[in-house]
Write a protein that binds this ligand. Structure first.
Ligand code: B12
Ligand code: SF4
Length: 565
């Protein structure tokens, strides 16, 4: 049921609070809820905005004390929160757990979930609702499964899609007691993306800021939901808006900024050639304009203080376009996550990624990035149907030879909203294995420590074999000897130390907490990550430059405040 208005006049009751408390024990319901009374409860219409605290919570079952990248949505929604509500209260649970006990009845709790942290999100929402808070969900997972948040997460309302524009209306509805169960917020036009409120950042807790320059991706990889939720038409933000936000981060001492884009290279040379071949003038113009805007953005980034470092996500196709890579280098975009996924033609066919290369051509393509000054974080997937035991060593070998600076080796996980997920769910039908009461097709609802590591049965390898071999490749790639050798690409000893620490941190946070099967190993990794995170934080930030000004659009004036060199 979508966009259904709640009944007017229903106030929170003792039964509601008690009922919500009982929900704190998460239960799996296979049926879809139908907007029952529990989801229609609302705060008193007489409450004024200033009496309500808006809490925004990024759930995580592990807290490291220090975060690597700022979760952007928190600061965007904070910015979209009208001033009449006062200063929103932000909690990123990757830093520390949310203090549910501090909630007051009538407070609004906005929870953003992706699939991996949905279960923790539901715990928080259920507890918050039991304390009389109004609970609202958003984020990619809530967009895909709004009914789940209503059923299991104590949600009063769920926002599907981008929150930038709809959030103030949702808050006002909450205040007036007219909350809808589901808001269809859709895809906001790039000109309406709300800039983040960076002044709300807690001091000294994050290493990298995050700024989005484009949303959406024209590709259609089978394991990825981005093209379905964010769309295949790139929504590029105005250059000025992007630069202003980055500058704001640098003023606050952030040198490192992740460009939180789906695909920083949305127009390929092949796209342009195709439009030309088809004599599609309108399309050609549109593509050229998008491309020109990318170059304009990079020119502006190049004028920012030279100690700034950017990182983004990009398809391997960019290696065909050395003018683009050179512009990236000049813009200080020193690294990019490149989805290599598979090193065999069969593997690429498995994931609908025929535009990637394999074998020696793959090595050459990845080296092209490095040769043009853009380091690669290679992302590889294990557990594809075509994988064989020999694939692991072959992948490790390619990662070494291709000169990638960092790598991640993920195990194929069917994420909802993807082609892979739909096929997998259909293939299992009603016969999906269950862990406790929960079918594996709802794997995100299985407690973290009981979640399977491999979901789809593999034709020749057991789940344990895939997991162990994947762990082996992480161990190989992140051995101290190899990290040290790779760190040679950095210019100074300080940068080299940062490289080593970041490699170790990445490995501990990601591989050991994600792949390890025993909780002792996870706890050890967590402790290590906390230990390494502190010095990393110190190495990544810089002296704040509060007086830094926006460089002139014509590039003539450059950056003031003596930040260069
Ligand atoms: C940048 C990024 C990263 C970065 C930084 C993460 C960070 N700390 O922010 C890095 C590289 C570290 C990363 C890692 C991973 N990521 Co990532 N990432 C992204 C990316 C490209 C952009 C996220 C972003 O900042 N967007 C900008 C903000 C403003 O948008 P937003 O988060 O969508 O929020 C908007 C709406 O969703 C909504 N909203 C969000 N929350 C809320 C809450 C409320 C109350 C409301 C009303 C609205 C609302 O309003 C916001 C403003 O419009 C997205 C793709 C995407 N398009 O979302 C993938 C994405 C989120 N990542 C994804 C995945 C799978 C991962 C990894 C698991 C990858 C992996 N295999 O290791 C890890 C997990 C990390 C973790 N534990 O969180 C998937 C999630 C899929 C899913 N179903 O959950 C996505 C969607 C990409 C994909 N391929 O499908 N990621
Ligand atoms: S994996 Fe990357 S290239 Fe493929 S659809 Fe998703 S964002 Fe686009």
């Amino acid at each position: 049921m979508r966009d259904q208005r709640t009944e007017a006049g229903v106030l929170p009751t003792a039964e509601h609070v008690a009922g919500a408390a009982a929900e704190a024990q998460l239960q799996w319901h296979s049926s879809i809820s139908s907007g029952d009374a529990a989801t229609r409860v609302r705060p008193s219409p007489s409450v004024s905005a200033s009496a309500v605290t808006v809490h925004l919570v990024n759930p995580s079952h592990l807290s490291f004390g220090v975060g690597v990248i700022t979760p952007r949505w928190l600061f965007v929604l904070a910015s979209a929160t009208p001033a009449s509500y006062g200063r929103p209260h932000i909690t990123d649970e990757t830093l520390e757990p949310f203090a549910v006990d501090a909630l007051r009845s009538g407070d609004v709790v906005g929870i953003g979930i992706h699939t991996g942290n949905a279960l923790r999100g539901y715990e928080i929402g259920t507890l918050a609702r039991a304390r009389g808070a109004v609970v609202i969900y958003g984020g990619i997972h809530a967009t895909l499964y709004p009914e789940e948040a209503l059923d299991l997460g104590g949600a009063h309302a769920v926002v599907k899609g981008d929150g930038d524009v709809v959030w103030p209306h949702v808050l006002d509805d909450a205040l007036r007691g007219t909350l809808q169960r589901i808001y269809e917020a859709g895809r906001v036009d790039a000109d309406h993306f709300v800039p983040a409120r960076w002044e709300l950042l807690p001091k000294g807790r994050y290493m990298w800021g995050s700024v989005q320059t484009v949303r959406g991706c024209p590709k259609h990889c089978s394991f990825c939901s981005v093209w379905r939720t964010d769309g295949q038409t790139p929504r590029q933000r105005r250059v000025e808006a992007v630069v202003e936000e980055i500058l704001e981060l640098r003023r606050r001492g952030f040198r490192f900024v992740a460009l939180a884009d789906d695909n920083f290279y949305p127009v390929t040379l092949a796209d342009l050639a195709m439009a030309e071949r088809q004599h599609n003038v309108a399309r050609l113009e549109q593509l050229r304009a998008l491309r020109a805007e990318r170059f304009e953005l990079m020119e502006r980034l190049a004028q920012l203080p030279s100690d700034m470092v950017f990182f983004t996500q990009i398809t391997m196709e960019a290696a065909e376009d050395v003018a683009f890579l050179d512009a990236m280098r000049r813009a200080n975009i020193k690294g990019a996550l490149v989805g290599v996924e598979a090193v065999t033609p069969e593997g690429l066919k498995d994931v609908y990624k025929g535009f990637n290369d394999v074998g020696e051509a793959l090595v050459t393509r990845l080296r092209t990035f490095r040769d043009h000054g853009v380091g690669v974080l290679g992302s590889f997937i294990f557990g594809l149907p075509s994988d064989r035991p020999s694939t692991f060593a072959a992948t490790a070998d390619i990662a070494d030879r291709a000169g990638v600076a960092f790598a991640q080796f993920v195990m194929l996980t069917p994420y909802p909203g993807t082609v892979d997920f739909a096929a997998w769910e259909k293939s299992l039908g009603d016969n999906a294995a269950r862990i406790g009461d929960i079918p594996v097709t709802r794997h995100w609802l299985i407690p973290q420590d009981q979640r399977p590591k491999v979901y789809a049965p593999h034709p020749v390898m057991s789940p344990d074999e895939i997991r162990a071999r994947t762990q082996g490749v992480w161990d190989h790639f992140y051995s101290l000897r190899r990290i040290w050798a790779r760190s040679q690409v950095t210019p100074t000893i300080r940068a080299r130390i940062a490289f080593v620490l970041l490699s170790k941190l990445y490995r501990q946070m990601y591989a050991n907490t994600g792949i390890a099967t025993d909780s002792a190993r996870v706890n050890r990794a967590n402790r290590w990550a906390r230990l390494i995170a502190r010095p990393c934080q110190y190495l990544f930030t810089a002296r704040p430059l509060p007086d830094l000004q926006l460089p002139a659009a014509d590039g003539g004036a450059g950056v003031r405040a003596g930040a260069r060199g």
